[in-house]
Design a protein around this ligand. Structure first.
Ligand code: NAD
Length: 327
């Protein structure tokens, strides 16, 4: 086939060698390194497909440029959160958006459990102190946490990841699970008690864990007002999106002992600048947005290329994304 007849596929963030090879077999691949809005708008005007991950924003302006170009058929997001893509604008322009909804469920759930235990059992704090010779002093401190079987996990957003975390905690550790979700959640294969509001979860949980998408409703949902409901002994885990939690109010609540600890994988912005409030907050375990980064998780995210190719070849994609009215 002549090159000009091949679909032109923009890869705007790093993908694996094997995913790249699959795309190269299906078309002409143009690799970009996290282009800005202007560069991306210029590129999509002459492309048939676009692959992104977390950090490239496919804005209404980029979609408008693609629409004018008249070629772009599909935007693939390796991963689940589509807050970096204007899905409604894409749908209006007749451009299909695809993602990999379940790729990172288990990786994120695993890291969430790790953060819970790291915060409550002070693993990250103890490690450097043991190395500094404080072994005996640390052993003489009174324990401050109950075992997980005597605690209540509060899940905000009982979707794929919320469920996977709940399963691990309830079935593995015997933790009671309560949750709030904006949508009616049907049958769950483990015991979990729905709450009428997020506030009811904040007030009754020992561990609050956020698994919501970033939407206009969830942006900043955990700030001063939400934190005022938390038990002082409770901890907050955020492996969803940085802007869901307001950093300054959380840092203040940690400093003032209004909550006992936090485990944070996601920031606003990323990477967090040196003066980001959570970098100096006490009892806070931080990871660099790596919750999804298991070997299996990354491989499954790269499989978004298969849906991109399906759309280019006129087949039904496995995971089309519908516009979210709350986005
Ligand atoms: P999902 O769509 O299966 O679940 C999200 C749940 O949140 C749904 O049940 C939805 O009804 C609920 N929800 C939406 N708005 C709400 C609100 N205002 N209040 C309460 N509940 C609300 O998604 P998922 O696969 O479980 O992923 C959840 C999020 O985790 C993703 O959108 C993404 O932002 C984040 N994520 C982060 C990483 C990471 O590396 N840290 C990796 C994967 C996903």
């Amino acid at each position: 086939m002549a090159d000009e007849a091949k679909p032109r596929i923009i890869v705007a963030e790093r993908i694996s060698e094997s995913a790249l090879a699959r795309l190269q077999a299906a078309g002409e691949v143009v690799m970009l390194d996290r282009p800005d809005e202007e560069q991306l708008a210029a590129e999509v005007a002459q492309a048939d497909a676009l692959a992104v991950r977390t950090y490239v924003h496919v804005t209404a302006r980029v979609i408008e440029a693609a629409k004018k170009g008249g070629r772009l058929k599909v935007i693939g997001r390796g991963g689940v959160g589509v807050d970096n893509i204007d899905v409604a604008a894409a749908a209006a322009a007749g451009i299909v958006v695809v993602n990999t909804p379940a790729a990172s469920t288990h990786a994120v759930a695993d890291l969430t459990v790790g953060l819970i235990i790291a915060v409550q059992r002070k693993i990250a704090e103890f490690d450097p102190r043991v190395r500094r010779g404080e072994f005996a002093t640390l052993r003489s401190e009174a324990p401050q946490t109950l075992e997980l079987r005597h605690q209540t996990l509060g899940v905000i957003g009982m979707g794929r990841i919320g469920r996977a975390v709940s399963e691990r905690l309830h079935l593995g550790f015997g933790t009671r699970v309560i949750y709030y979700d904006i949508r009616e959640i049907g049958y769950l294969p483990f015991a979990a008690e729905a709450q009428p509001s997020a506030e009811a979860v904040y007030a009754n949980a020992d561990i609050v864990t956020c698994h919501v998408p970033l939407t206009r409703l969830t942006r900043g949902m955990i700030g001063d007002a939400a934190l005022s409901h938390f038990k002082p002994s409770a901890i907050l885990i955020n492996t969803s999106r940085g802007p869901v939690v307001q950093a300054e109010p959380l840092a203040r609540a940690l400093r003032e002992g209004r909550i006992a600890g936090a485990g944070i994988d996601v920031f606003d912005p990323e990477p967090p600048p040196p003066d980001h409030p959570l970098l100096s907050a006490p009892n806070c375990v931080l990871t660099p947005h790596v919750a999804a980064r298991s070997k299996e998780g990354i491989a499954a995210m790269n499989d978004v290329v298969d849906d991109i190719i399906a759309v280019l070849q006129g087949r039904e994609p496995m995971y089309p994304v519908e516009p979210d009215p709350d986005a």
